[in-house]
Each structure stands twice: as structure tokens, then as C-alpha cells.
Design a protein around this ligand. Structure first.
Ligand SMILES: Nc1nc2c(ncn2[C@@H]2O[C@H](COP(=O)(O)OP(=O)(O)O)[C@@H](O)[C@H]2O)c(=O)[nH]1
Ligand SMILES: [Mg+2]
Length: 717
């Protein structure tokens, strides 16, 4: 393969709902560019793109796949992405290295949830979008219906460049109102005749051309003037105007396609090459501010956007050359940590097919193998470059579950396999939760987790079990209570003796420690001699006051008393959860001249604290999350009543980009598998985000249940 210059490279990412035909279209693009001489099909499991075993057996795209084709003297890099929201990580990392998105809409289905979700992502990540209405050859193809849906979902953005002739099984061509031609297809191999527009379609074509010109004029003053003066714009001027609109995200040009029958594929690529942004237009932001131009004259740098373990190759790192020229054998380093890497070989990639090349210019996408440490999201550059590209911002996890290997002996093997999976797919996060003593898997959805299970089973022979994660409850008190405890042991050798009188009350931020109490029916003023304040590791406070008078307990036993209390704070008396927000006053006690020692006071304090806690209106607190749901308006009622069953506190409703939004505070305990439920309630049309807010006491009935469950588990042990 020849070396392509930055001006002759285009990077596009294919997006759209599942089964819109992205993989089939990518195959057609490779065929048009003669990178392959026979087209595979998704059904026959022989496409270039869906080439991993897990994808072929599941008959769907799960990873993003880099491909390329050569067309009009341009290297047209394509990243095919999975359509399901659960596998969105692949698309989001592709957004980092592509300048344009091609959004496919299935004309047999109209605008689908997936189309809207991806359009929303493209907007969020500021990716210019060109739209292909695909599968126009399908039995149920509905052009007008699809267009109506697009206007509803995308507002004014869609601008028609082409309309189909004979949509449905006889689909054999389209009228292009930019070129003012009728393109007719003679076979399924994309053999095209360029014809005059037939008389019966001329009126419609004229009308759409006028609309196109008006829209193209909208984004540039000179074009607008010319349009006012002459009512016309040239083909190049239309492209120029559309180009501006596309870059601003105001225009989404609409093309006609059948990826399966190779109709419209060439025209779409031609337009993309001529009108969509070139890599050289995009500057990439670096950590700490500043930008680097995508210029072959600059210092060499690349960004790894994906890694995968592949058969016969080991770990493959997929990158974009961000600046300069990358040459085979170059020594680069990771500017973030100084790690050195040699790029012994570089390849142009079309799925499994990897073609060795000697160099790649800024803007190109390729891969390398056998890097020592660099993974997804890492910059490599020549020494002295000293800047790292901003990291990919992945959507937050929407699904959390606890996991363990079905066979204890596989535990370590599983954790190794999982760390490989999460290096390939950073939207899989595995963490050990120290407090709950559970391993937690975070992902984009239940399907995403199922694929992880599948891979462990099929690629590593490990069965992984998933279950609801334990909730990190907290315990606190609501009232004042006092308790005394004497620890005494006098059998055999040395005796043990310690007696502690203490009082506890709730801690409130910003309130001074109270001093006046009723202890045993008597008004008492506690005089704080020394006080210690602890910010607990698990959140909240413990304040510890020494109020002992008359030397009833030596100061040297105070640390032991504190330790006894901390023991119980670590394992709350109600359910064994961590306790928080408590003030403890140690105000009296007794020592024995011989038998008193530290352990005696630890035990006395532990028991006194435990008893006081039980009498102080103890409460279990649970983590509350701020939840924000985005849904089409028609599902708002269903989402709302579902949330009410989850003890949610609805905080507000609104609208955002055509969606209804709902904000609520919801206990974490009620959010297990929420993404699955929300998806089935809304046919997959809604999304949500969740974020930890604070701890709140649980309602009485929930507290009773938790207490009972804890008592049962205690007696079992
Ligand atoms: N009729 C018709 N079917 C198509 C077309 N493109 C894809 N398909 C079919 O739609 C299904 C999904 O295609 P695929 O390329 O895997 O879609 P993806 O999920 O977007 O990658 C497969 O059964 C394809 O054969 C098309 O242009 N016309
Ligand atoms: Mg696919």
C-alpha cells in the first residue's frame, strides 16, 4: 500500500441502531474500493468486520472494528461500531479518532431508539454526522415514513441530497439533487448508469434542489448574498455551504442506500471525501490545556484508542497518528509516565487483514503489536513531545453486580481474564469492594455483562456467577443514651478489671457539643476535659470526650477505651455495618489497683458503647443516589410509577433535546438491574445517569427487615 498524505485520508465511524446495516455497508465500501473482491454477509458470518468468534456466534457487532478502503485516491478509514447501547464504549472511543459519523437509519424500521441514542452521543461528542437511509431495497422499506421520523427526532438537521426510485424490493436507483442526476443500478454489484432525471421525477427533483440550495446558503454570508441575487448556487458552492453546516452540527445530509445491493455506496463515499472534515482540520486537545494540530510536519505522536487480544498476534494496539509521520521501528514514549515503546511494525487494518506499511502520516489509523505496556487511552510520542492527549470520556456505568467464580479455584484465573477484558474494553470495570468483601463488576448493561460471562466461559473455561451487590449500610443514633459496664475476671492467675460509664448522643455538623444531660434521672453537667474528633474513613464523624472527674479512670486507659468504641463503630451493633456521626462522653468508671489493664478497658468500653447504642434510637442509614432519567415523553408515566415503587423521591421534571427528563433521589438498594427494567419499560428508548448523593435513614419497615436478616445470618454462623 502506498503512503497516504494527511489531505488524502478520511476517518469515518459508522453508527446507528443494531441491524441498521453498518457491518454490511462497511463490507460494501471495502468491495467498492477493491480491498476485497467478494462481499461477505453477516448471515454467512464471513464479513471483514464482525470477525471475532464472540461476534460471529452471537451474530452481532460487540467491538468496534477498524477497516479501510481506497477510493478516489483517498484512504477511507472506517470504524464499524456495535449498535447496542450496552456496547457503546466502542463507538465513543472511535469518536476520538474519527472526524465524521455516518448514521445509518433502517428504512424498514424508520427512526429507532438506537438512531436517537447515537445521534445524541454524536451531539455530545460534537461529531459531524452524515445520514444514510439504508435497506431501501427491503420489503418494508418506507422512505417517506423514515423522513417524517427523522424530522421529528432531529428537527431541522436532515437535508435531502437524494430520493429513492422504486423503494422496496425493486429498488434500483435514486435521484441526486446535488448532482442533478438519476443513478440507476443494473445489478447487485454496484454497476451504475448515470442518467438524466426522468421527466416524471423532474418536478420533485427541482423542488428538493431548491430546498437544498436554501439550506446551503444559510451558513455563509457570501453564499446567502449570491443566493439572494441569482436564486442559484453552483454545485461547489452547495458543497461549501453544507460543509459549514455539517461542521457546526446544524446539517445532517441525507443519502439513499442499500448496503446489501451496493446502491449509493460510492456516492456517499464521494460526498464524504469532498465535503466532510479532513483529519487536518481537527486539532486535538491535550491534558492541561492546549491543542496539537494534525500535521505531518509536526513531531510524531499517536493515540491508542483500542486494544484487543487477537489470535496469532497477541495484544494489538489500534491507534491514530495524531501528528508527524510514524515510521516502522520508531522508538516512542508515553509522555505521562516515560514508558518506552518500540513500534517494530505498523499495519493498515481491515478487520483481521493487516497489511504492513513502512510509514503513516498524521491523520491515519492503523495498528501495531507487541507493545510492552501501552493500552487503550494512552499517548505515545517522540521524546520531547511532552504532551498527552486528553483521555476518552466514557459514559458512566449503568449496571453494577457482584461476581465470583463458580469454582473457588478459578478465582485468580478469573481476575486475570477480567483484567484483560477491561483493558480491551474500558467500559468494563472490576473493583474489589473492601468493606463489602465482594468483587464488583460495572458495565453498560446486562447484555454487556452477559458477553463478559460468555467470553470467560468460552475463551477461558471459567464460569462466572453474578448477584446483587451488598449495600454499604451505615448505623447511627437518634437519641441520647448512657450505659455502664464492668468487665471483671478473677479466675486463676492475673485478674482483669475495668469499668466504664459513658453517654452517647447524635453528632450534628456545626452544632456545639451539648453538656447538659439527664443521667439516671439526675440533671448532670459533663465537663469536657479533652476532646478528639475523627473524620471516619467511611464518611461521617466520631467525637470522643474525656469528662472523667476525680481520677476515676487514669488518662492512660483512654486510648484503650477509644479502641473499644472504634471496634464497635467498625461493626455496628444493629447489622454489623459501619457506624457514624456519634459523640461519646466518657464521664466515670472504676479501676482496680492490680487487675486494671488495657484489655479490660477495651472490653468494658466496647460493651458499654454497644448497650448505649441499642438504647439511643439506633437507625440504619442507606446510600441514596441522584438519578436522572431521559425518556421519550410517552414513557414518562411508566418511568414515574416504576420509580415510585423504588422508594424514590421525585425532585423534578423537564425537557432536554426533545426528551423528557426526570430527576429523583433513589436508594441504591432499589437500583439493582435498573437499566434492564428501564430498557424494557421504554423499549430501550430511555437512558439514565446515577451518582452518589448521601446517606439517609431507612424507613422503619426496611429497618425491621434488615435487622431480621442480620439476626438470621448471625445465628447461622
Ligand atoms: N434488505 C437489506 N438488508 C440489509 C441491508 N443491510 C443489512 N441488511 C441485513 O440486516 C441485518 C443486519 O445487518 P448488519 O450489517 O449486521 O447490521 P449492523 O447491526 O448495523 O451491523 C442482516 O441480516 C443484513 O443482511 C440492506 O441494505 N438491505
Ligand atoms: Mg454490525
Amino acid at each position: 500500500m502506498k503512503t497516504y498524505s494527511t489531505q488524502n485520508i478520511r476517518n469515518v465511524v459508522l453508527i446507528g441502531s443494531t441491524k441498521s446495516g453498518k457491518t454490511t455497508l462497511s463490507e460494501a465500501m471495502l468491495f467498492e474500493g477493491k480491498v476485497i473482491d467478494r462481499k461477505g454477509t453477516v448471515e454467512a458470518r464471513n464479513t471483514v468486520s464482525d470477525n471475532s468468534e464472540v461476534e460471529q456466534l452471537n451474530q452481532r457487532s460487540i467491538f468496534s472494528t477498524p477497516l479501510y478502503t481506497e477510493f478516489m485516491d483517498t484512504k477511507f478509514n472506517i470504524i464499524d461500531t456495535p449498535g447496542a447501547d450496552d456496547f457503546v464504549g466502542g463507538a465513543v472511543s472511535a469518536f476520538k479518532v474519527c472526524e465524521t459519523g455516518i448514521l445509518l437509519i433502517n428504512a424498514q424500521q424508520g427512526v429507532e431508539v438506537g438512531s436517537e441514542i447515537f445521534q445524541r452521543y454524536a451531539e455530545t461528542y460534537k461529531l459531524p454526522v452524515i445520514c444514510g437511509v439504508n435497506q431501501l431495497d427491503g420489503e418494508k422499506a418506507n422512505w417517506e415514513g423514515t423522513l417524517d421520523g427523522m424530522k421529528e427526532a432531529f428537527g431541522k438537521k436532515p437535508v435531502i441530497i437524494q430520493f429513492p426510485v422504486n423503494p422496496g424490493v425493486g429498488f434500483d436507483g435514486f435521484v441526486d439533487v446535488l448532482k442533478m442526476k438519476y443513478y440507476h443500478f443494473k445489478d447487485d454489484l454496484g454497476t451504475r448508469e448515470d442518467l438524466e432525471i426522468p421527466a416524471e421525477l423532474a418536478g420533485r427533483a427541482e423542488e428538493l434542489r431548491q430546498e437544498l440550495i436554501e439550506r446551503a446558503a444559510e451558513y455563509d454570508d457570501t453564499l446567502m448574498e449570491k443566493f439572494f441575487d441569482s436564486g442559484e448556487l453552483s454545485e461547489d458552492e452547495i458543497r461549501q455551504g453544507l460543509g459549514i453546516g455539517i461542521r457546526n452540527g446544524d446539517v445532517m445530509p441525507v443519502f439513499c442506500l442499500s448496503g446489501k445491493k451496493n446502491i449509493g455506496v460510492k456516492r456517499l463515499m464521494e460526498f464524504t471525501i469532498k465535503v466532510a472534515p479532513a483529519p487536518s482540520e481537527r486539532k486535538a486537545a491535550v491534558i492541561g490545556g492546549g491543542e496539537v494540530a494534525c500535521d505531518a510536519a509536526g513531531k510524531t505522536s499517536l493515540f491508542i484508542y483500542k486494544t484487543a487480544v487477537e489470535q496469532h498476534l497477541g495484544e494489538v494496539a489500534y491507534f491514530k497518528v495524531m501528528s508527524g509521520v510514524l515510521k516502522e521501528g520508531m522508538d516512542l514514549e508515553n509522555p505521562e509516565n516515560g514508558d518506552k515503546e518500540r513500534l517494530t511494525a505498523i499495519y493498515a487494518v481491515a478487520g483481521k487483514k493487516k497489511e504492513k506499511v513502512a510509514e503513516m502520516q498524521a491523520g491515519d489509523i492503523g495498528c501495531t503489536v507487541k507493545l510492552r505496556a501501552a493500552k487503550t487511552d494512552v499517548t505515545l510520542a517522540v521524546p520531547g513531545f511532552d504532551q498527552s492527549y486528553e483521555h476518552i470520556v466514557f459514559p458512566a456505568s449503568k449496571y453494577r453486580c457482584a461476581i465470583k467464580a463458580a469454582e473457588q479455584k478459578d478465582e485468580e484465573k478469573m481476575s486475570e481474564a477480567l483484567s484483560k477484558i477491561s483493558a480491551e474494553d474500558p467500559t468494563i470495570i472490576v473493583e474489589y469492594h473492601k468493606e463489602m468483601k465482594q468483587t464488583i463488576l460495572m458495565a453498560q448493561g446486562e447484555q454487556h455483562v452477559n458477553i463478559v460471562k460468555w467470553r470467560l466461559k468460552n475463551e477461558n473455561k471459567i464460569d462466572m456467577e453474578t448477584f446483587a451487590p451488598k449495600i454499604s449500610y451505615r448505623e447511627t443514633i437518634t437519641k441520647v443514651a448512657a450505659a455502664d459496664y464492668r468487665h471483671k475476671k478473677q479466675s486463676g492467675g492475673a485478674g482483669q478489671f475495668g469499668e466504664v460509664h459513658l453517654l452517647i448522643c447524635p453528632y450534628e455538623e456545626g452544632v456545639e457539643a451539648p453538656r447538659n444531660f439527664k443521667i439516671g434521672g439526675k440533671d448532670t453537667v459533663l465537663n469536657i476535659k479533652t476532646s478528639e474528633s475523627f473524620d471516619l474513613e467511611w464518611g461521617g464523624k466520631l467525637e470522643f470526650y474525656n469528662c472523667v472527674v476525680g481520677g476515676a479512670i487514669d488518662a492512660r486507659f483512654m486510648p484503650a477505651i477509644l479502641k473499644g468504641i472504634m471496634d464497635k463503630m467498625n461493626e455496628g451493633p444493629l447489622t454489623g455495618s459501619l457506624a457514624r456521626d456519634i459523640r461519646v462522653y466518657v464521664y466515670d468508671g472504676k479501676m482496680h489497683p492490680v487487675d486494671s489493664n488495657e484489655i479490660s478497658f477495651v472490653l468494658a468500653a466496647r460493651n458499654a458503647f454497644k448497650e448505649a447504642f441499642r438504647n439511643a434510637g439506633p437507625k440504619i442509614m442507606e446510600p441514596i443516589y441522584n438519578l436522572e432519567v431521559m425518556t421519550p415523553a410517552e414513557y414518562m408515566g411508566a418511568c414515574m410509577s416504576d420509580l415510585q415503587n423504588r422508594r424514590a423521591l421525585i425532585e423534578g421534571m423537564g425537557t432536554d433535546r426533545g426528551f423528557s427528563t426526570l430527576k429523583a433521589r433513589v436508594p441504591l438498594a432499589e437500583l439493582y438491574k435498573y437499566s434492564t427494567t428501564l430498557s424494557s419499560l421504554t423499549s430501550g428508548a430511555a437512558t439514565f445517569t446515577m451518582e452518589f448523593a448521601d446517606y439517609q435513614p431507612v424507613p422503619a419497615d426496611v429497618q425491621d427487615k434488615l435487622l431480621k436478616a442480620y439476626q438470621e445470618s448471625e445465628t447461622e454462623e
